[in-house]
Design a protein around this ligand. Structure first.
Ligand code: FAD
Length: 499
């Protein structure tokens, strides 16, 4: 290898390392090295947006080119106006879950400066997400297959949470999202009262994060998106509770050794007709396990999610003592972990007709067998999708996406599909905001679209996925963007004064 080709070879090597990295830390590390090697300046939100264009000029080889072609096609959508439509906006996103990352990607295509905070620095959730056809199409269009060759091969319509995060993190980095891991959002900081008006520029909205010394504490921004999961930390959003009948879900992940015998075992999708009343009766008679449904996906792990009846959990000794209060019922001290493992293993074994050769648990984030029990009796949704805060002449658009906005029922697999839709809807609102839309109009439109979300199914979306863009009219059927009037959202503009 001659000296002259060395920098280029090294760049290709670093790019390959980045593309194939399998952890969050490795992806961030190899991307930094790549940018350093290519002498890209990423400090302070400066530089070209989307960032991959600058990389593309310096890294012209086949593997990278295949990805650039995908990203170029996407970036050409007219709504983005060549990444200029939101280039006057700085957005903060709290949480690098799939929905926070999906929103980050979209905003970067629109040219916004995007700063994403994640309190952890690893992606460790084995659990598997069901993907609706449009999400598969969306992710393919973002180059998912280039990062994860197994992505939705054949009829597969699912992905583990951590693989999905990893794919989206890589896309986000290439687009120029500034990702800060080990940084926890704490609260919003209002523009100060005693601005020094004569000499310095006014200070707008900021935030407090942990660690306190982190430079993003000084960042000023126009939009903040809460994508931090079901325990949303952004204040001001009232939550509606949907109380159903008692629903206890168990998730379990077993090691997938990718043997031929394992490959032959059929998955159980949520609607599989063989899993009818007779199946559940036989299961109950033979094992004492009483389920309402079960789903099995073969992914990096063998993943099972099932809803179990309380009485059978009591009889099988999984739940130690009966309590009317579900929190108490499922509290750590009232669950026998060994019995839970046995219950999940037996259910998995029976439902796959004893065809999985070994049912050894995969390990979770804590190095423990990956089995867990969750309560879905009450699920929450935010009453509103967005609000505006106004202090001392500075406006801040605040919005929620993903589980923070609308909690999904996992066995139905609605989390990612509705999560991505809401992420795009919120980005569409940011677009109107950046164009100078009046707060009440912007909020009213966002609420009108949000009313559709809980009822959205694969059937009532537009059919031509290749026409889907950030504009909600390209995705929803029968959309009325004026359903909610500006007068109905007055309470969502918070000026700090008593109503
Ligand atoms: P999440 O994926 O929850 O991501 C939120 C992110 O925000 C996390 O990375 C978190 O670390 C970060 N964060 C939180 N607070 C802060 C803060 N203050 N500052 C910075 N970062 C913060 N769905 C299914 O369909 N099937 C399943 O089996 C399933 N299992 C799950 C298991 C667990 C343990 C969890 C938490 C969720 C599970 N889900 C499952 C739900 C599914 O993961 C979500 O619907 C999907 O990931 C979309 O979520 P999201 O991006 O809105 O939030």
């Amino acid at each position: 290898m001659g000296d002259e080709s060395y920098p280029e070879c090294r760049a290709q090597e670093l790019f390959d390392e980045f593309v194939s990295s399998s952890t969050c830390r490795a992806a961030l590390g190899s991307f930094s090295q790549l940018c350093e090697h290519l002498q890209l300046d990423r400090s302070g939100g400066g530089g070209e947006r989307p960032l991959y264009r600058a990389i593309k000029h310096r890294l012209n080889y086949w593997r990278a080119n295949a990805l650039w072609a995908k990203l170029d096609r996407r970036a050409a959508q007219q709504e983005y106006q060549k990444a200029r439509v939101c280039n006057n906006i700085t957005c903060v996103i709290i949480g690098a879950g799939p929905c926070g990352l999906r929103a980050a990607v979209e905003l970067s295509f629109m040219g916004a400066r995007v700063v994403l905070l994640e309190k952890r620095d690893s992606f460790s959730r084995n659990n598997v997400l069901h993907l609706w056809p449009y999400t598969i199409h969306d992710l393919r269009g973002l180059g998912a297959k280039k990062f994860y060759g197994k992505f939705c091969a054949g009829s597969i319509d699912h992905i583990s949470i951590r693989q999905l995060q990893l794919v989206l993190l890589k896309v986000a980095l290439l687009l120029g999202v500034e990702v800060h891991v080990n940084v926890e959002f704490k609260n919003l900081v209002e523009p100060p009262e005693d601005q020094c008006l004569s000499t310095c520029a006014e200070v707008g909205w900021r935030m407090a994060v942990k660690p306190k010394s982190h430079p993003v504490n000084q960042l000023e921004f126009d939009v903040i998106i809460g994508a931090d999961g079901r325990r949303n930390t952004l204040p001001g959003f009232r939550r509606k509770e949907f109380r159903g009948k008692l629903a206890i879900a168990i998730t379990a992940n077993f090691k997938n050794r990718n043997t031929t015998a394992e490959a032959k075992v059929e998955e159980i999708s949520g609607v599989a007709s063989i899993f009818n009343q007779r199946f559940f009766q036989e299961l109950r008679q033979e094992t004492g396990i009483d389920l309402e449904n079960i789903v099995y996906y073969k992914d990096d792990t063998h993943y099972f999610v099932m809803t179990a009846k309380k009485q059978s959990l009591l009889e099988k000794g999984v739940i130690i003592q009966d309590f009317a209060d579900t929190a108490l019922l499922l509290s750590r001290g009232n669950v026998d972990q060994n019995a839970l493992q046995m219950y999940a293993r037996e259910a998995a074994d029976f439902s796959t007709n004893h065809q999985l050769p070994s049912l050894d648990f995969a390990m979770n984030h804590y190095g423990q067998p990956d089995v867990a029990m969750f309560d879905f009796t009450c699920m929450y949704a935010s009453e509103n999708a967005a609000l505006v805060r106004q202090r001392r002449g500075h406006q801040l658009l605040v919005t929620l996406v993903g589980d923070s906005l609308l909690e999904p029922f996992w066995p139905m697999g609605t989390g990612i599909a509705r999560g991505f839709l809401a992420a795009l809807d919120s980005c569409w609102m940011v677009l109107s905001w950046s164009q100078g839309g009046a707060p009440l109009d912007v909020l009213a439109q966002r609420e009108s679209v949000y009313r559709l979300l809980p009822q959205t199914t694969p059937e009532n979306l537009q059919k031509n996925f290749s026409l889907f863009t950030v504009d909600p009219t390209t995705r929803y059927l029968n959309i009325n963007r004026l359903l909610v009037t500006p007068a109905q959202v007055r309470h969502l503009v918070d000026t700090g004064e008593e109503a």
